[in-house]
Design a protein around this ligand. Structure first.
Ligand code: ARG
Length: 230
């Protein structure tokens, strides 16, 4: 038994994400949502024997949509926080990374202290928005999408941005006009379900363990996070 699996087995797994955060999730030329999170959730869904369906929306609305029952799962490079754990159930973590500061290639900024008096771009509702707010003297600019913050950085409208390290590493591979300028701590990432969907969490954790043991997760990691990956 359980609160959610019966419905999910019947109707499928409704997954929501904010597809502005490659290599975790982005949209390709065919406007399909692709990325590490998508491949990982599809592999888990296959283990569980259900079909996953992905829908994109703004990051800030993900938890409210889940809580309102408009989706079964958030897969969005989502960091585990105590605050979020009050309204969603997290699976076991699938990754832990640091955060990085990204600046223009000619900038002499380096490290969080250097952002005093400087503009810092982040996405609304993210842990990076909270981190930026903690930096002494930083002028925080929030954007609906991380891709908008990146565009603002590239056009010189903001001095810096903070993103998860794999995202920053991906940016500098694709964009030659920006560089990394220091690290900050980061939390573990997990998938999130509605609070009462503990049956779904148990299925996802079992599937995650399988993918960790059989090497599938490592393969996906190499596909999306290695130096060769786009
Ligand atoms: N890891 C950060 C957080 O949980 C940022 C995630 C942003 N994800 C995205 N798909 N835009 O707050």
């Amino acid at each position: 038994g359980g609160a959610c699996m019966d419905r999910i087995r019947k109707d499928g797994l409704r997954v929501i994400t904010s597809p502005d955060y490659p290599p975790y999730e982005s949209t390709n030329e065919q406007n399909q949502i692709v990325g590490f999170d998508v491949d990982m959730v599809n592999a888990m869904a296959e283990e569980i024997g259900v079909k996953a369906e992905f829908t994109g929306q703004g990051f800030e609305g993900l938890i409210p949509s889940l809580v309102a029952g408009r989706a079964d799962l958030i897969a969005a490079g989502l960091s585990i926080t105590e605050e979020r754990a009050k309204s969603v159930s997290f699976t076991d973590p699938y990754e832990k990374t640091k955060n990085v500061i990204v600046v223009g290639v000619d900038s002499d900024l380096n490290g969080p202290e250097s952002l005093n008096g400087k503009t810092v771009g982040v996405q609304l509702g993210t842990v990076q928005a909270d981190m930026a707010a903690e930096i002494e003297g930083a002028d925080v600019r929030t954007f609906n999408l991380f891709s908008e913050a990146l565009a603002a950085l590239k056009s010189g409208q903001i001095d810096s941005m903070i993103v998860d390290a794999p995202v920053g590493n991906n940016y500098i591979k694709v964009h030659s006009d920006i560089k990394l300028a220091g690290e900050m701590d980061g939390a573990s990432k997990a998938l999130a379900t509605q609070l009462e969907c503990t049956d779904l969490v148990a299925e996802l954790n079992a599937a995650l363990a399988t993918l960790q043991q059989n090497g599938e997760l490592e393969k996906l990691h190499t596909k999306w996070f290695s130096d060769q990956a786009q």
